[in-house]
Design a protein around this ligand. Structure first.
Ligand code: ADP
Ligand code: MG
Length: 222
């Protein structure tokens, strides 16, 4: 089954004379195990796309489905449960909790995901190449290491959909390739439908398909 399906999604933000069409009739499908990139300049609507796909923002018009769940028709409570149990998020800066060790960061989403049979946090830690730093706190890790933990944390609940916003914005070129390569392997090996938005053209070779966003409109990249 298609993991994520957006059909003719429009999102208008702001009010009165100051409205912005952040998404303009966007349609997109992501299958289980597929790694899709959306490239586009700042302000083109990339984060808005992830907010709608992640059930954080309700579109002005159009249809959003995650698996067979109609996200627009769902109640606020159903959307909360959906986010905690079926979607993983990775942000530009890993947004780790300063007081927690690397291993505890990975465990944290499981405390909000009732009924989910998650992955083993220690195995995930090893899979992202961080088993030797299980007890480090974020200030003792490099930017690339923090982002590895952020990816592991997003995967611990076995999400069917992973949404990734500019994961390499704070990383050098080599670290960028490591993180995006890791996302691609996880997508393929664990059948996670992965949607990444970025303005980093350099990492697109790791992706299965690339789209371009311009002024809220989505089209296959040239
Ligand atoms: P990107 O992630 O590609 O930089 P965004 O999705 O953040 O783009 O923004 C798309 C457009 O929507 C921009 O013009 C931005 O200024 C506008 N926008 C984003 N959030 C809001 C908001 N809460 N209210 C009004 N306009 C917004
Ligand atoms: Mg953005």
């Amino acid at each position: 089954m298609t993991a994520l399906r957006l059909t003719d999604v429009t999102l208008t933000l702001g009010d009165g004379d100051e409205t912005v069409t952040a998404l303009d009739r966007v349609s997109l499908e992501v299958q289980p195990g597929e790694f899709i990139a959306v490239i586009g300049p700042s302000g083109s609507g990339k984060s808005s796309l992830l907010a709608v796909a992640g059930a954080l923002t309700t579109p002005t018009a159009g249809d959003v489905r995650i698996g067979d769940t109609d996200v627009v028709a769902a109640s606020r409570r159903e959307r909360d449960t959906l986010r905690r149990t079926r979607i993983g998020f990775v942000f530009q800066s890993a947004n780790l909790v300063p007081a927690l060790t690397a291993l505890d960061q990975i465990r944290l989403p499981m405390t909000f995901a009732r009924g989910v049979e998650g992955r083993d946090p220690r195995e995930l830690l090893a899979e992202v190449g961080m088993e030797h730093k299980a007890n480090r706190r974020p200030h003792e890790l490099s930017g690339g290491e923090r982002q590895r933990i952020g990816v592991a944390r997003a995967l611990v609940t076995r999400p069917e959909l992973l949404l990734v916003d500019e994961p390499t914005a704070a990383l050098d070129r080599q670290r960028s390739h490591e993180i995006v390569g890791l996302l691609g392997r996880e997508a393929h090996d664990h059948k996670v439908a992965t949607l990444m938005v970025t303005h980093d053209h350099d990492v697109l070779r790791h992706c299965d398909r690339v789209y371009e966003m311009i002024d809220g409109r989505l089209a296959p990249a040239e």
